[in-house]
Design a protein around this ligand. Sequence first.
Ligand code: ASP
Ligand code: MG
Length: 463
Amino acid sequence: MITMKFGGTSVGDVKRLQDVALIVKTHLPRHPVVVASAMGGVTDLLLDTARLAVKRSSQVEPNLRLLKDRHLQVSQALVRDRERRDELMERQARLIDELSTLYHGVSLLKELSVRSLDAIASFGEILSCLQIASILQDHDIPAEFIDSREIIRTDANFGEAAVDFPTSSDRIRRRLLPLLGKSCVPVVTGFIGGTEDGLTTTLGRSGSDYTGSIVGAALECEEIWIWTDVDGVMTADPRYVQGARVLPQISYREAAEMSYFGAKIIHPKTMVPAIEAGIPIRIKNTFNPSAPGTIISHTADTGDRIVKTITSIDNLSLIAVEGNGMVGVPGISARIFAALARVQVNVIMISQASSEHNLCVVIPHRDCAKALHELKSEFERDIAKKVIDEVKVQNPVSIVAVVGEGMKGFRGVAGKTFTAVAEAGINIVAIAQGSSEYNISLVVEQANAHKAVQAIHDVFHLG
Ligand code: ASP
Ligand code: MG
């Protein structure tokens, strides 16, 4: 058994959906379970339209028409059997009517809760998976639409609901195994779930990967395949690094580390069910289905590769709190983090030299003003007493991260990294290495980030 998750781009138009049908057909002997997202852009459109409905905007009707046309066009083009097509189109039209009623309710009440947003967002995956199931049937593949609100049980934390794993796994098995036994392909809606009381919830944006992992783990599949639009996980971003190439294999840890540092592979939380069940996740390209992709599993299989990838995140600010009075004083860092937490600023990297005279944090640039304001007021008295000299900012900066499980206990990686960056004529502003030793991150001026990535990529011969 293989769980195959198709994202929004992979199910986003007629051509792509044709490819999906071929992919599923090719792998029928492996008993695929399909988990799919809404058509690309649909979730955003659904949510934006809800916000327009609260304002009683005249744009609601045109948006609904757009949504209807986009789906009906696919049904027209891809379901050849007349009866099946009519049935699908009627069902989709009824769903659009239901959605229209919801928008109407929102605009009458002039109220839009997260709970309503979840109910509205769920239409994207339902519309999409209904058509995928029909398209598969039209290709003579036995398939059945599965509304995951029946099988993924969650709490009522709308917008980012927590999954009740024992109940969900049990339901997934009871509902899907009989279908698989008959060689029927279940087409499961990603992203959505249901509470005990039958309310619709969502698992957080981009949550279909999570559904894929939950379903794959519950069924103890051989592998979970995440179909996307790239050939796999790369050694660096090919848009600006020469010689970047696909990695055949990385570990769960490496994948998580890379995701923290800007590589859009798979959200770390998403992998948890797969990791616990020890099921490998494979990243595959719908545009190039015969490519093996990248397999993510427990083993790092480093071979001779110590370093696996170099990633970078742009649009960051570095804030440094400095002062001779800070040395040896307990509680300064606690105050820095408490202040940032008060204004809901996420800290991406922390660095403090053992002299304790300077502590710096790296945060998203968009949060810089509020973070600075809060820190300055937190340390106002210490600044007046000269315990702290100042709160300094540097903008815009990037974090460049060197990731690889093989770095653990291996000497010289940091030295080689810093030398390569220095030889490229780039100044390193700050450095951090977690004690896991799976990554070394450095802060550089944003203008130099790509050059730094290239220099490190070259020095470790990743190309
Ligand atoms: N359709 C949802 C979203 O856009 C879930 C997903 O794509 O994974 O967030
Ligand atoms: Mg998506």
